[in-house]
Design a protein around this ligand. Sequence first.
Ligand code: SF4
Length: 305
Amino acid sequence: MPRYNTYRPYIKEKLGYRVNKLSVDMGFTCPNRDGNLAVGGCVYCNNDSFVPPYARARFSMHQQITNGMDYLKKRFKAEKFIVYFQSYTNTYDSVEKLEEMYRNALKYEDVIGIAVGTRSDCIDEEKISMFEELAKDYYVSLEFGIESIYDKTLEFMNRGHDYQSVLDAIEMSKGRGFEIGAHIIVGMPTETKEEMLAMAGEVSSLGIDVFKVHNLHIVRNTPLARMYRKEPFSLFNFEEYIDFIIEFLERLSPDMVIERLFTDTPHQLLIAPDWGKSHLQILQAIEAELERKDTYQGRLYQKNA
Ligand code: SF4
């Protein structure tokens, strides 16, 4: 019996297939890179650190989708695909252009849905209505980067929006027929461990369906890498993080589906922390610790009255 609500069985049961996400980079930017809000982007952000090699804006969408399918079929025996608009802010354009792009991705026979990563300040009622329409025929997931519930951290990150903006965007998205995804980053030097743990209860109250937690990685070619070199600060070591994530899971709603519990950064881009562990080893350590402590997701969850 799994001790937390994992994504793979959830999505297989929901869609009826073995489904893989296929990332595409459609050459978007975002408002705090293009000067609309700021330049330089969020302090931790280097998009090369989380997209696979076939998802590059220099390739057409057709090339990215067909190459991605070949790769995922060979490597993971994938049957069906969710095209994941992952890099930068994938709702940062007119609703007409966005709808055309999403519908083009949905034309492929084995594509059964889309997942769209965005910022809370790049969504509005018109775009939400468009997603609602698409969700009548396809699986649609809209994923918000919450990053933190604390404005002091959002400011440090140079996010260019506050937490209220996230609350407004999620409120607007609820009950519209598509799935709501969200992720946070834990380990920012602006937060205490207690503040990070308190995020579990708060995000559980928002109406999020699928959730990801990233532990802070210092990645090359980012403003944070320059800050860290100048003045290093403490990051979770492996043992500390395993303890932390167990405590976090215990405080999370048992209903939320967990898609990710830690960050994967290609070794050549990672500055710190270098745990020297594979993805599988980290997952196994989390599962073993849940077992050892005989605990599970939601054990300490307190639903607000
Ligand atoms: S994390 Fe997202 S919003 Fe921030 S700079 Fe990177 S792409 Fe833009």
